[in-house]
Design a protein around this ligand. Structure first.
Ligand code: CTP
Ligand code: MG
Length: 229
């Protein structure tokens, strides 16, 4: 373990989960005895590198206050915003550590190994993100799905979370991107826009983001395999 000040870890959890089509937002659906959000937050809290977990929830969220983690003194809640980036920025303003890590509430299958590798590698450069290599042949199409050409798969990755950066650099980068009207779909995109070159740290492909209904069963299967093996 590298000796560093521990990290404030931000969890954007203020989405409505439109694609999941459930009444309860997906971060509050249950996998076994706990909500998706609790699985995610507990994984982060268990890390040796974790100082606090800062969870961004909607201002009218009726669910978070009922969870056990809400009583944990190392868990801090802040109000999220209209877009994911607004929720992250709200968490960043509460964070105090030199380095911070951002991890989607909807990714409950993160392993401690991936978390540790990301932290240790990101610290040695200007920050980094977990990603996994694209496996399938990639096609670029026109609006009507006519295939224009095949995109070279080599050096193509899916961007996952966590993503880890120096807090002050990330806040500046996010604000700059927002001011310039640049779309910020993840923290790395803001850093890239500011001229940084974050490291892509290869992680497990089963660090899935629960997005559609079938993903919940998939996450349940992944988590049960982790416990067994
Ligand atoms: N998120 C957030 N604030 C928002 C939108 C999203 O904190 N205004 C969070 C979600 O809660 C989720 C993460 O960002 O943990 C990744 O976003 P996504 O998977 O897109 O979740 P939702 O936006 O909730 O889902 P959808 O896009 O289907 O509505
Ligand atoms: Mg979304």
């Amino acid at each position: 373990m590298i000796e560093i000040t521990s990290l404030d870890m931000i969890v954007p959890a203020a989405g409505i989960g439109k694609r999941m089509k459930s009444v309860v937002p997906k971060q509050y659906l249950k996998i076994f005895d706990r909500t998706v959000l609790e699985h995610t937050v507990n994984t982060l809290l268990s890390s040796h590198y974790c100082n606090r977990v800062i969870v961004a929830v909607r201002d009218d969220d009726p669910y978070f206050g009922k969870l056990g983690i809400c009583q944990n003194p190392r868990v801090k809640v802040v109000t999220g915003g209209a877009e994911r980036v607004d929720s992250v920025l709200s968490g960043l303003r509460e964070a105090k550590t030199e380095w911070v890590l951002v991890h989607d509430a909807a990714r409950p299958c993160l392993t401690q190994t991936d978390l540790n590798v990301l932290i240790e590698k990101s610290l040695q450069v200007d920050g980094g993100i977990l990603g996994c290599a694209v496996r399938d042949t990639m096609k670029r199409t026109d609006e009507r799905n006519g295939i224009i050409h095949t995109v070279e798969r080599k050096l193509m990755f899916h961007a996952l979370t966590p993503q880890m950066f120096r807090r002050e650099q990330l806040i500046k980068a996010v604000i700059k991107a927002l001011e310039d009207g640049v779309s910020v779909t993840d923290e790395s995109s803001a850093m890239e826009y500011s001229g940084y070159k974050p490291l892509l740290v290869e992680g497990r492909a089963d660090n899935i983001k629960i997005t559609q209904p079938a993903d919940l069963k998939m996450a349940e299967f992944i988590i049960s395999s982790m416990v067994e093996g």
